[in-house]
Design a protein around this ligand. Sequence first.
Ligand SMILES: Nc1ncnc2c1ncn2[C@@H]1O[C@H](COP(=O)(O)OP(=O)(O)OP(=O)(O)O)[C@@H](O)[C@H]1O
Length: 655
Amino acid sequence: MSHSFQVDLRGLVDLLSHHLYSSPKVYLRELLQNGVDAVTARRGFEPDAPAVVRLQPGDGGLRVEDSGVGLTEAEVHGLLATIGRSSKRDGLESARAEFLGQFGIGLLACFVVAEEIRVVSRSARDRSAPPVEWRARDDGSYTVRTLPDAARTEPGTTVHLTARAGCADWLGAERVTELARHFGALLPYDVRVGDVPVSERPAVWERAYSGPDARGAALAAHCRETFGFAPLDAIDLDVPLAGLRGVAYVLPTAVSPAQRGAHRVHLKGMLLTERADELLPDWAFFVRCVLDSDSLRPTASRENLYDDDTLAAVREVLGERIRGWLTELAAGDRERLAHFLGVHHLGVKSLARHDPQLLHVMLPWLPFETTEGTVSLDEFARRHPVVHFTRTAEEFRQVSAIAAAQGIGVVNGGYTYDSELVELLPVARPGSVVAELDTDTVTAHLDTVDPARELALAPFLSVANAALEPLGCDVVLRAFQPVSVPALHLDDRDTRHERARAEAAEAADGLWADILGSLRAGRPRARLVLNHLNPLVHRTAAAPDPRLAATAVEALYGQALLMSQRPLRPADSALLNRAFLGLLDWAVRPLEGAGGPYGAVASGPYGQAGVAPAYGGEAGVAPAYGEAGAAPDPADRAGDRPDDDPTERPAGEPR
Ligand SMILES: Nc1ncnc2c1ncn2[C@@H]1O[C@H](COP(=O)(O)OP(=O)(O)OP(=O)(O)O)[C@@H](O)[C@H]1O
């Protein structure tokens, strides 16, 4: 024996109100939608039929009357009283396209705010059929009865809602007016609350204006009202073939490309959502849209867009439109383009990576940081036969001043998308040559020092190399501009990766160490290039005491590191600290003894205990290179100072 499902209406309403709809306000959208669909259905066979939906709040309830197709008694049983049955789904796909509803659950939304729904309807299809009344309660019971002819003379439907306890507000005049405007301002028919029209049609982007300025001002005002910002520009989105009408407003300030746009989408005039985030391609994050579409479909909650092929096609078409606007600006309105790029160059760069045509169009306008300031790649490529670039901003900072002084043009590829775009340059500008700048290229561009001079400085270079050995850094001597830069720290990513790998290999054991060892690409060395033209480097090389020279080289290393703006490792911070104190120590040393400018320190405020003896024993006697053997062991140096308290160094921090 077969049975039919029973429906617990209260459970169903609870499901809708708590899990499908975001707010009770949707009840009004469902009523508007049914009224509009009924008018559309009637006009399908009676084109001149009146097209009115009137909402009348009052007496703790709401009345919604439409001049639509109406229902016969049989249809009331079959459609209103059958959950999930819809007259709008029965026809062909093309028939469904005309209507807003399709699921057959909309009327149930009224039970979220009403305890009783009473419908009085008269069919336009069968004028001989009497008016019919359907009365349904939220416990699932309903009654149907026919009414005398006089109860409703004209075709159409009136829905009466009686507020559920605590929900009278939702049916009050103020709330109903607000909601009707919110959802229904662009509906195609005459929608009123009482006698006050709700409709704002034609939409602001479809109205006739006295000229472009008046239109621009109206759109700007609309954008402020809708999104709360004054747009940089407005892009028309009319694409009749795709059933799309609307406008995209360009944001006046930069936003993160990761931020999903909240667009306002109407379906056949009815507001579907104010938070559509899948409407545009990701790169178009610099606009906010208001759109009315005939082709897109809603999800069952009617609060978002159904993600299907149609949405993908719409995304494509809208992207095309926004791209077209950009191309037009580049061709004809440079001032506006510059203004736009000043704010949104990141979005355009992101787009240009995947769009050779746009890259070609925008290349003369997109700004890049280079050794010649902020210029376009186009212009830069014209000036430099080889466009060098760094992959990180930090590498750029390390080398930009030096590279510029040697005549090497470098682009900072460290900003988002920039290195990708530089690498695409040969595609956009055939014949251009692009090369990544590494430490070897920079060093190769620096002049070598006269071999005899370098030989004479060999003892100093040996001290310098020994001083930086614990930091994995080689010291080389070159002559370069600007003279004011004493030292250049070169440490590219490959070197750093290789060093990190080597450190991991040392810490690991067994198989893992072998694997890491087999990956070894070469000696992981950073490089400190001392500038032979710089007077300070001269004086350092001529320092009478190798220990002073070593401390000065450490300080030069620290300064070069700071200039490169690279994050400091603990070993680097320790070195900076040590070098600073070491130099201070050397600087104040003449105070020792009785001959200093402040008289004898022995009896001074510091007393005897404050006097630091010079390194190596006798105060003031500094061993020259060659004497006292090799350079001091940097690991020992700090420790043999009497005032160097090892307890002040953070535990585990390398010296
Ligand atoms: N005002 C009305 N005039 C004429 N028919 C109506 C009216 N309201 C509802 N109906 C009929 O009742 C059916 C069910 O309505 P309901 O609102 O539950 O679902 P729907 O509008 O078909 O779909 P959806 O759930 O997507 O809104 C409709 O398909 C329609 O045939």
